[in-house]
Design a protein around this ligand. Structure first.
Ligand code: KG4
Ligand code: ZN
Length: 344
C-alpha cells in the first residue's frame, strides 16, 4: 500500500514509564490499531516502578509491540508516513528505548520523525473519541503529573496549575503501599471505597491554598499520622499493625473523597477564573476513577459545561494519544530530525 500525503498515517510509540505501547493513527479514519504490553505484574512485587527493570523489559517488547500494532492496522513499515515517539518527560532509560527504536525505524525506512511530549499526549487523549470545543479546561491526573491547562487549539495550551510535589496518582500509590495494598493503588482504593459507599470517615485535609496549584505530599503525611494516632501503624518498623479490611476501606474511601473534593475545588476555581471555556476534560490514569468522574460531571453540569473523559485504555499510558499528537504536528510540518534527544 502506498501513501503519499504527509502525516496521513502515523505510528505512535510510547515508552516513558512502565508501558511498552505502539498505535497507528490515520488522519481521516482515526485510530487503526492500539497495542500495549503492561508491566504491572513485573513491578507489583516492589510496590512501584523499578526503572532498571522497566527499560530492560521495554527493550525486549518494543519490536513485537510495534509489529503487533502494524499488523493490527494491516500495514507494514513502508506504509507509514510518520513515526511519532514520546521523548519527554519520563524515565530516561525507558524513553531511550522508544526514541532509539523510532529513530532506527525512521532511518531504515526513510520516514519522518516527530518527538511528542507525553503530557501533550495525555492532554489531547480525549480527542481520540470526542470533538472537544476550544478553548477548554483540562485536568491531567496521572502517576507522575497533576496539571490544569487551558487548551486553546491543537498543541496550543497554557499551564494554569500544577502540583508542587507529588502527583494525585502517586498519592493513591503511596497510601496504598502504606496500607499494604497492591500496586497500582488507584484501582484497589476505588474498589475498597465503593464497598463502603464513598463515605468520608476521617476528614483528611483538603487544599487550602488560594491558587490553582496542587500539593499531595502533605496528604500522604496526614494519612500516615492519622494511622499512627489510631494505633494502626508502627512508625519505627514502618509497618501496618491493623490489617483489617474495615480500616483499609475507611482510609481508602476517605482518601478518594478527599482527592475528589480537591479536584472539584480547583476546577471550580479555574472555571470562575476562565469564563470563556466551553468544556472541561479529565484525563490521565486517575481519570479511570468512576467516582471522581461522577463528581466532576455533577460540578460541570452546575456550570452547564460538558465534561469529556477518555475510555480507560486512553486514560492510562498508551501510544494512541502519542500517534494523535504526532499526526497533527506532522500536518503542520513540525518534524524532528535524527538528533532528537530525550528530556529536552
Ligand atoms: O497515566 P498513567 O497510566 O501513568 C502516568 O503517566 O503516570 O497513570 C497511572 C496512575 C497510577 O498512579 C494509578 O494508581 C492511577 O493512575 N490510577 C487510578 C485509577 N486507575 C489508575 N487512580 C485512581 N483511580 C483509578 N481507578
Ligand atoms: Zn502518563
Amino acid at each position: 500500500m502506498a501513501h503519499t500525503t504527509p502525516g496521513r498515517i502515523t505510528l505512535g510509540i510510547e515508552t516513558s514509564c512502565d508501558e511498552t505501547a505502539a498505535a497507528v493513527y490515520h488522519t481521516h479514519n482515526g485510530l487503526l490499531s492500539n497495542a500495549l504490553f503492561s508491566q504491572v505484574e513485573l513491578h507489583k512485587q516492589f510496590g512501584g516502578v523499578v526503572p532498571e527493570l522497566a527499560s530492560r523489559s521495554q527493550l525486549e517488547k518494543i519490536e513485537p509491540i510495534v509489529r503487533h500494532a502494524l499488523e493490527g492496522a494491516h500495514l507494514s513499515p513502508p506504509d507509514i508516513d510518520v513515526i511519532a515517539v514520546t521523548h519527554k518527560p519520563g524515565l530516561p532509560g525507558s524513553l531511550l528505548v522508544g526514541v532509539c527504536f523510532a529513530k532506527a525505524l525512521a532511518w531504515a525506512h526513510n520516514k519522518k520523525l516527530v518527538g511528542v511530549n507525553h503530557l501533550e499526549g495525555h492532554a489531547f487523549s480525549a480527542f481520540l473519541e470526542h470533538t472537544i470545543p476550544f478553548e477548554h479546561l483540562c485536568l491531567t491526573a496521572s502517576g507522575g503529573h497533576t496539571s490544569l491547562y487551558i487548551i486553546r487549539d491543537f498543541g496550543v495550551y497554557e499551564t494554569i496549575g500544577t502540583t508542587q510535589d507529588d502527583a494525585a496518582g502517586e498519592a493513591f500509590d503511596k497510601i496504598a503501599k502504606l496500607l499494604a495494598l497492591p500496586y497500582p493503588g488507584g484501582p484497589v482504593i476505588e474498589r475498597l471505597a465503593a464497598e463502603v459507599n464513598f463515605q468520608d470517615f476521617f476528614g483528611y485535609p483538603r487544599a487550602t491554598a488560594h491558587s490553582l496549584d496542587f500539593s499531595f505530599s502533605g496528604l500522604k503525611t496526614a494519612v500516615l499520622y492519622d494511622l499512627v494516632k489510631r494505633g494502626a501503624y508502627d512508625m519505627e518498623h514502618k509497618k501496618l499493625i491493623d490489617n483489617s479490611l474495615d480500616l483499609k476501606q475507611k482510609v481508602a474511601s476517605s482518601l478518594l473523597v478527599c482527592i475528589a473534593d480537591i479536584f472539584k475545588e480547583k476546577i471550580e476555581r479555574a472555571i470562575k477564573q476562565c469564563p470563556d471555556i466551553k468544556a472541561v476534560s479529565f484525563v490521565g490514569g486517575v481519570a479511570c476513577n468512576k467516582y471522581i468522574r461522577a463528581q466532576l460531571q455533577e460540578l460541570c453540569e452546575r456550570y452547564s459545561l460538558p465534561l469529556y473523559t477518555p475510555a480507560p485504555q486512553f486514560c492510562t499510558d498508551n501510544a494512541a494519544m502519542i500517534a494523535f499528537v504526532g499526526n497533527y504536528k506532522a500536518l503542520r510540518g513540525e518534524f524532528s530530525d535524527n538528533t532528537l534527544d530525550i528530556l529536552r
